[in-house]
Ligand binder design. Structure first.
Ligand code: ADP
Length: 322
């Protein structure tokens, strides 16, 4: 293998740049040429390739987002379009690929490997942490800390005005961000898709809290909660009566920003491991870190198997907030 390609795809995540830096510099150090593919699969489909050097990834370890851009591409879901992308990749002399992204990115990567035999390794980068085969995904720690800052701020207002706030955090169908933020922010309740809590039960708990003298509360809501988002839940709780409340959606503020040290280190380790995996002849796999060790997982397991929810932390957080 003489030349590899690297791209970032799907939702951006803090630490993607640190990962890109690690991929480029590890590959160059191993004597490989490195091509950066701009705008994920969208750029691959129109041959947006650029030669990468050590200097092209200078001073990016601390930057959020991704300097080679990211995109979503509906076209890439079609087999004929993927064939077009694969031939452009091969024509450019790219013999292996490193895909930095989330589960959608990995589904596309698996197709490139199966249909066109392009050796490919995935690196998990998404704030949602909803990927099997790694304890944490790149970007998750930063997103949790960004949301936590916001919650600490809201706590000041909640306490001063003696109010109940519903705060919605990201996470798609998973409650990982909500659980970490709720536990670290001392939230009175954490609403996650993994634990269906009805609005009526929630309302009862809130009233019981008020009865015991609680004057302010923060309830963290995962965006994928079955009862709806923060606005909808706040509306339903108000309708049941006896509770004044506000709702805040943190939204895209959680996606960007300077990556934390933890994310930069994870990104560096996984980026370097991805290059080594390609050179070792691994294909169609994802690199992850489990119990402080690098582990390879077949790409289909990364989205097909369910990452366990930390039930113990959930119960601890609720017990401590009661
Ligand atoms: P993420 O990687 O963050 O989960 P998306 O789910 O948006 O982001 O996926 C990124 C891109 O991966 C999509 O825009 C599409 O081009 C490609 N992709 C996703 N699912 C598939 C699939 N089943 N087959 C082929 N390509 C896919």
């Amino acid at each position: 293998m003489d030349t590899i390609g690297v791209f970032t795809s799907g939702g951006d995540a803090p630490g993607m740049n640190a990962c890109l830096r690690a991929v480029v510099r590890t590959a160059l150090g191993a004597g490989l040429g490195v091509v950066g593919i701009r705008r994920g699969y969208a750029g691959m489909l129109c041959g947006e390739f650029e030669e990468m050097s050590r200097a092209s990834v200078s001073n990016i370890i601390q930057l959020g987002g991704t300097i080679i851009k990211t995109a979503r591409s509906e076209e890439f879901r079609r087999a004929e379009q993927r064939a077009q992308a694969a031939s452009l990749v091969k024509e450019a002399g790219i013999e292996g690929l490193i895909a930095i992204g989330g589960d959608g990115t990995f589904r596309g990567a698996q197709r490139l490997w199966e249909e066109h035999s392009i050796p490919i390794i995935g690196v998990p980068a998404t704030i949602d942490n909803d990927i099997y085969g790694t304890d944490e995904t790149i970007g998750y720690d930063t997103a949790v800390n960004t949301a936590l800052d916001a919650i600490d701020n809201i706590r000041d207002t909640a306490t001063s005005h003696e109010r109940l706030f519903f705060v919605e955090v990201m996470g798609r169908d998973a409650g990982f961000i909500a659980l970490s933020v709720g536990a670290a922010g001392g939230a009175e309740m954490i609403l996650v898709p993994e634990h269906g809590l009805s609005v009526r039960d929630m309302h009862d708990t809130i009233l019981a809290g008020i009865g015991q003298g609680k004057t302010s509360s923060i309830i963290v809501v995962a965006e994928g909660d079955e009862e709806g988002g923060a606005l909808e839940i706040a509306h339903k709780v108000r309708e049941l009566g006896g509770v004044e409340c506000r709702a805040t959606i943190l939204g895209h503020t959680q996606r960007g920003g300077r990556p934390t040290a933890r994310d930069r280190i994870l990104a560096s380790e996984l980026g370097a491991a991805a290059v080594r995996a390609l050179l070792d002849g691994e294909r169609g796999k994802m690199v992850g870190r489990v119990n402080a060790e690098i582990r390879l997982t077949p790409l289909p397991d990364s989205w097909g198997k369910k990452k366990p929810f930390d039930q113990r932390l959930y119960e601890l957080a609720l017990a401590l907030a009661a």
